[in-house]
Ligand binder design. Structure first.
Ligand code: PMP
Length: 440
């Protein structure tokens, strides 16, 4: 029995001892296909030789240099690469150690931007119900997932939540996509007016919703409308691409498919592919300019920001993705995954929806296909699917609380970008067996 604290005091996790490609091996010699990249992290799979070589080389030259004294080539090259590939208007990259840190930094940069401009009155942050933006107290306050927030009130920051853009659950019968997108985005306009436009700082959203709802893409021109509403009221648009970004949906950034650019964007998970903890905030020129012509000092920093080992790993991951044209594979294998999921679950009595983009796909479990009624949360269907899938040698990412933080179950798939057709066929076969055993 280890004294290492695990998040569950009831479950004893298996011990992972080795990993290669799509496979993780435990201490009992059992293999698991990693069909979720952990939590949409391992985009190159495990043990990629080019990333390991880059880590060795970085460790041999310099493993750590505090950013108060030095920059490093790895950090500079990663920053330049992120900006070169970023959506229009992004001019700078700020390196941190993970997703929550990136969201914290984005929120603080937004507040500093307002202060530098003499707009201290802009303090309200708006996000969407059921959203997740990280677990640190500030990021938790931004998120709208009640189940995660309930035990931590009072939260650090008052946030206001509007409806998510979740067509399967929220789009009315006979309502067109265009009408639904207008209605869902209109909630932002209403909330801004209610709070008073001069008091609203930022709107935060995930372009494709990940963990809390299961690969939910936006509908129609939802994000174009959101961008326009933010611009009209001087509200900053923060896109959280921690999970859906860095190639996962088939384009480097998920927002490219929406035809919009954010003022601030967070990325993490796939940025370093799991080889090192790393995240980043991408800042538009207007944020940078307000601070550089104002105090000239970013009032935010972490000891490990721009860590050379993390930067070297992320740089190698991103170089391999570009060199091997892996985004084309994400699109091709994503289409194959979708086809296989549709084949296996398209008429399944307890699968209500199959959705996603690229290699970011999910199935939503329902007790009844017609009414879309969820399973009784006490059944913990998602946890059963996860446990049975592990017995089948498959790692997937099921989650409960799809609908409102309490009810609803989905299973998220996010395999590494190196996945091949035969792997996908095996993943879907095992998942189908696991789902039926869990229901059985
Ligand atoms: N934002 C989103 C959208 C996420 O999915 C996550 C992690 N699941 C986070 C932020 C927080 O990232 P981290 O766990 O690296 O702190």
């Amino acid at each position: 029995m280890t004294h290492l604290l695990h998040r569950s005091t009831r479950l004893q996790p298996r011990r992972a001892v080795a990993a290669s490609g799509l496979t993780i091996t435990d201490s009992e010699g059992r293999d698991y296909i990693d069909a979720c990249g952990g939590a949409a992290v391992s985009c190159l799979g495990h043990g990629h030789p080019d990333v390991i070589a880059a880590l060795h080389a970085q460790a041999d030259s310099i493993a750590y240099a505090h950013t108060g004294f030095f920059t490093t080539e790895a950090a500079e090259r990663l920053g330049d690469r992120l900006v070169a590939d970023a959506p229009e208007g992004i001019g700078h990259a700020y390196l941190v150690s993970g997703g929550s840190e990136a969201v914290e930094a984005a929120l603080k940069l937004a507040r500093q931007y307002a202060t530098e401009r003499g707009e201290e009155g802009r303090r309200h942050v708006i996000a969407r119900r059921q959203s997740y933006h990280g677990n640190t107290l500030g990021a938790l306050a931004a998120g709208g997932n009640e189940w995660r927030r309930a035990q931590f009130r009072p939260l650090l920051m008052e946030t206001h939540h509007i409806a998510p853009c979740f067509a399967y659950r929220e789009q009315r019968e006979a309502e067109s996509d265009a009408d639904y997108a207008a209605r869902a985005a209109g909630e932002l306009e209403t909330k801004i007016r209610e709070l008073g436009p001069e008091s609203v700082l930022a709107f935060v959203a995930e372009p494709v919703v990940g963990a809390t709802a299961g690969a939910v893409p936006p509908v129609g021109d939802y994000f174009k409308r959101i961008r326009e509403i933010c611009d009209r009221h001087g509200v900053l648009l923060i896109l959280d691409e921690v999970m859906c970004g860095m190639g996962r949906t088939g384009t480097l950034h998920a927002c490219e498919q929406e035809g919009i650019s954010p003022d601030l964007m967070t990325v993490a998970k796939g940025l370093g592919g799991g080889y090192q903890p790393i995240g980043a905030v991408l800042l538009s020129e207007k944020i940078y300019d307000a601070i550089s012509t104002g105090s000239g000092f970013f009032q935010h920093g972490h000891t490990y920001m721009g860590h050379p080992m993390a930067a070297a790993a992320a740089l190698a991951v991103q170089e391999v993705i570009a060199r091997d044209d892996l985004l084309a594979n994400v699109r091709e294998m994503g289409a194959h995954l979708r086809e296989r999921l549709t084949g296996a679950f398209g008429s399944h009595p307890h699968v209500g929806d199959i959705r996603g983009r690229g290699l970011f796909q999910a199935i939503e479990m329902v007790a009844d296909r017609e009414s879309k009624a969820p399973f009784d949360p006490a059944q913990k269907l998602h946890a059963r699917i996860k446990a049975v899938a592990m017995e089948e040698g498959l790692m997937v990412y099921p989650m409960g609380g799809t609908i409102d933080g309490a009810r609803g179950d989905h299973v998220l798939l996010a395999p590494p970008f190196i996945v091949e057709r035969a792997d996908i066929d095996r993943i879907v076969e095992r998942l189908a067996r696991a789902v039926d055993r869990a229901l059985g």
